[in-house]
Design a protein around this ligand. Structure first.
Ligand code: ADP
Length: 355
């Protein structure tokens, strides 16, 4: 144990370090062997000594150390102040009636740094992808704004014409002004939606009405649909509520629907159906189409970045969709479509235990 390449320390029931090997001293950068004044919590502040009194506590620590889930690592304090992360496993032993714990402390700082870098990269990719698709979307939004703004102008001109008449008709004028205001609100809505899609906030999960989340992005999707004479139907029960990051889920829906609209033509009118059905702990969403379905060549690596059959396609869309769904604790799958084309299904959780 003294020569072990891993840091090993023995602590008593109070958490005082009673012996340590050379690797532990080197790792923490201090003398631990001849002193009984250093507690394990001085070195690993979140280490919970009382929790290890029971076998369950010990099992929890030991199985947590081996699991692959996030949050299993503990922050360690080293002399000199450099930050480190460790995984700890423990075993109980007794000497002359006194209980001790041997702690096997593994330095996982490099692993944590790599995980953090990967997470940063994922966020960056999500952000860049959102901006790229927004670049394309900007022209469509301009198109969408054009219509309500022209309508505002028309209604105001009509009101002005009425005002110039010798006989003023206030009711008619009021009606034109109200119509102009309604159209201006629609334009403001398009802009609001664009701003929220551009927001860099990620990971904010709040309770949301699923139908509303989807309906909010429909005007954007309808622009594509109109150009292709496609039909998008939303069938989500009114009461469906989930915990989600609204913007991310909207991004996910936009991408799946746009993929459905991008699918090669089959001769029949394009149809896309966005539906949801309740499942045990939430709602299962399905985005399906009546296109030709996913080609065999792509099916095997559908969610891999760079897998694309489109000229100029980046193949990032579905990979990002998967990142978003996984960030919500679920999985996204390519499943058979009742419409005959491709379908993508994922589940969103209704609410967390504490909600
Ligand atoms: P991109 O859209 O840039 O190609 P994606 O990751 O979104 O990237 O999609 C990868 C590939 O999966 C597409 O190029 C296409 O071949 C296929 N695909 C995705 N959705 C559908 C769909 N609804 N119907 C047919 N093929 C699809």
């Amino acid at each position: 144990m003294l020569d072990a390449p891993m840091a090993v320390v023995a602590i008593d029931r109070e958490g005082f370090i009673r012996s340590a090997n050379a690797t532990a001293e080197k790792f923490f950068g201090c003398n631990l062997s001849d002193t009984e004044s250093v507690r394990i919590t001085d070195l690993i502040p979140e280490f919970n000594v009382p929790a290890l009194e029971t076998s369950e506590g010990l099992d929890r620590l030991n199985s947590g150390g081996r699991s692959q889930g996030p949050g299993r690592h503990m922050r360690a304090m080293r002399t000199g102040g450099s930050e480190a992360f460790v995984d700890v496993q423990a075993a109980r032993f007794s000497v002359r009636g006194e209980d001790f714990l041997t702690l096997f402390i593994q330095d996982v700082t490099a692993v944590v740094e790599a995980e953090t870098a990967a997470q940063d990269l994922r966020l960056q990719i999500t952000y860049n992808w959102r901006l790229n698709s927004l670049g394309e979307m900007a022209s469509m939004v301009a198109h969408e704004l054009n219509q309500p703004l022209s309508a505002v102008l028309n209604f105001l001109e009509a009101a002005q014409t009425l005002l110039n008449r010798p006989q003023i008709e206030p009711d008619k004028i009021r009606k034109f002004l109200a119509s102009a205001a309604g159209q201006a609100e629609r334009a403001a809505d398009v802009i609001r939606r664009l701003r929220s899609l551009m927001s860099r906030d990620t990971g904010f999960h709040a309770e949301a009405n699923l139908g509303e989340v989807v309906t909010e992005v429909m005007p954007i999707l309808q622009i594509n649909a109109r150009e292709l004479e496609a039909d998008i139907t939303v069938a989500i029960p009114q009461e469906a509520c989930v915990r989600c990051d609204r913007v991310q889920i909207q991004q996910l829906i936009i991408n799946l629907v746009r993929n459905a609209l991008d699918a090669p033509v089959t001769g029949q009118k394009r149809r896309v159906l966005i539906s949801s059905s309740p499942v045990e702990d939430g709602h299962r969403l399905l985005v399906e189409d009546n296109g030709p379905g996913v080609s065999d060549a792509v099916a095997a690596r559908l969610f891999d970045p760079l897998a694309s059959t489109k000229p100029g396609g980046m193949g990032l869309g579905l990979s990002i969709c998967r990142t978003i769904v996984e960030a919500h604790g679920g999985a996204i799958n390519h499943v058979p479509s009742t419409l005959g084309g491709a379908a993508f299904a994922f589940t969103l959780i209704e609410r967390t235990a504490d909600a």
